[in-house]
Design a protein around this ligand. Structure first.
Ligand SMILES: *[C@@H]1O[C@H](CO)[C@@H](O)[C@H](O)[C@H]1NC(C)=O
Ligand SMILES: *[C@@H]1O[C@H](CO)[C@@H](O)[C@H](O)[C@H]1NC(C)=O
Length: 415
């Protein structure tokens, strides 16, 4: 009996101790919870950065633009250095080579000064030029501009229609690559009168700014143009074909033609150059847009787009951004077979086929991704009086070493 009572007492005591320690631990837990609460909320800083600071940016976009040029050079260099570090040392989390947070923060800063203008570009011809060729270029690519000027981008008459040309440039990203860039660009502008230079950094993700600024420029300084071709400097353009095509269209009606890409999905792979996080574009499909090489539009469409794009939020991929502007004005871009955005791929099954055949290019409008020498060669071959594409193309045999005696001049692929 005694033993039992003792045991009961010990049990009660143990239970009490357990209860007390439980209560104590609960109490101890309760206090830090109160303290931890604010720290737990901190991970949402990302969300804050994305939404909150927009307000102070908006009211003064004009002032910001004016201030920019003086402040940026120093910031840019460190920024570029930082980016380099992130890409090489540690795997980036939210920003690969591109800082989306910064982009979203700066999104409302979209008006930059025109540093070099060609205000008379479209006033030379009474009634305005038939076609304005606008070529995206970067300051460093002097040789590309030269070859375009000498070949398909020549100003003057094609099939009796007036052609004018401008190059679209921003300020160089790395000013040490070409220290004389300012002198060069001013000299080029004086010599050729075809330079438009804006005061934003010429980077891949700023091409959207180039798009907006060009459309605004065209609406203001080239409203009397009939059609516009806008493209890259690494393309070959068959201007004769384009003029021929455009002569069958009305510049006062809507027209947007190119290598149109339908139902493209945003790339969610962070390593990709075209990576777009869901925070930036939530839908699973992009609107129809014209692929890189170039596209054609009428004067009427240019004016509508220039307005519409002002109301579309900046998006870092310029092609897609323009697709968004097109969607806004409810205009369906037209796919044309003559636009080969990705160049002509040599068929691997038949490597002996001459893809670099001027007759092949004769029916095309735009071919993408060409070297300077290829552009020069193609233009010269196409404009050679010897060119005759009426007969069927000769399919050359696969290359093989021949005995010396059998080598003849006809073996030249250019004949
Ligand atoms: C700029 O280009 C030069 C020469 O190509 C290079 O040495 C330098 O590291 C570059 N600077 C930046 C900030 O990328
Ligand atoms: C675009 O240009 C502006 C102005 O030069 C610059 O501040 C910004 O960093 C550039 N953006 C990108 C994504 O390169």
């Amino acid at each position: 009996m005694r033993v039992r009572l003792k045991g009961d007492a010990i049990c009660t005591l143990l239970l009490l101790v357990a209860l007390c320690s439980l209560l104590y631990s609960q109490l101890e837990h309760l206090v830090p919870v109160g303290n931890k609460e604010p720290t737990k909320k901190q991970p949402s800083v990302t969300a804050k950065i994305l939404s909150a600071p927009r307000a102070p940016w908006r009211p003064m976009p004009a002032e910001a633009t004016v201030l920019k040029p003086h402040v940026t050079p120093v910031i840019r260099q460190t920024e570029a250095a930082n980016n380099k570090v992130t890409t090489t040392t540690r795997p980036p989390l939210t920003d690969s080579a591109f800082n989306f947070k910064r982009y979203l923060l700066n999104k409302d800063n979209r008006n930059f000064n025109l540093l070099i203008n060609q205000p008379k570009k479209c006033r030379k011809t009474p009634g305005g030029p038939f076609l304005l060729i606008a070529i995206k270029s970067v300051v460093e690519d002097f040789d590309r501009r030269e070859i375009v000027r000498k070949t398909w981008g020549k100003e003057g008459l094609v099939n009796g229609e007036q052609i004018q040309r401008v190059f679209l440039l921003g300020t160089p990203k790395n000013r040490t690559v070409l220290a004389t860039w300012e002198t060069l660009i001013h000299q080029e502008s004086q010599t050729y009168r075809d330079i438009l230079l804006w005061d934003f950094m010429d980077t891949f993700f700023n091409l959207t700014l180039k798009e907006i600024h060009f459309l605004n420029w065209a609406a203001e300084f080239c409203h009397n143009v009939k059609f516009i071709f806008k493209g890259d400097a690494d393309v070959f353009v068959n201007v004769e074909n384009i003029v021929d095509f455009l002569e069958r269209h009305d510049p006062t009606e809507d027209l947007f033609v190119g290598d149109i890409i339908y139902n493209a999905r945003p790339i969610r792979v962070q390593k990709s150059k075209y990576y777009i996080p869901e925070t930036m574009y939530g839908l699973s499909i992009y609107p129809a847009y014209a692929g890189g090489g170039g596209f054609l539009l009428s004067s009427h469409t240019m004016k509508k787009l220039s307005k519409a794009c002002r109301e579309v939020e900046l998006f870092p991929i310029d092609d897609v951004f323009l697709g968004m502007c097109l969607q806004r004005i409810n205009l369906k871009p037209i796919l044309h077979e003559g636009f080969k955005t990705f160049g002509i791929v040599k068929p691997s099954a038949a490597p002996h086929l001459q893809t670099f055949d001027p007759c092949f290019y004769k029916d095309l409008m735009v071919v993408h991704s060409l070297k300077v020498a290829e552009i020069w060669l193609m233009w010269n071959l196409l404009h050679s009086p010897r060119l005759s594409c009426t007969q069927k193309k000769q399919v050359k045999k696969p290359f093989q070493w021949k005995k010396k005696a059998q080598i003849t001049p006809q073996a030249s692929p250019l004949s």
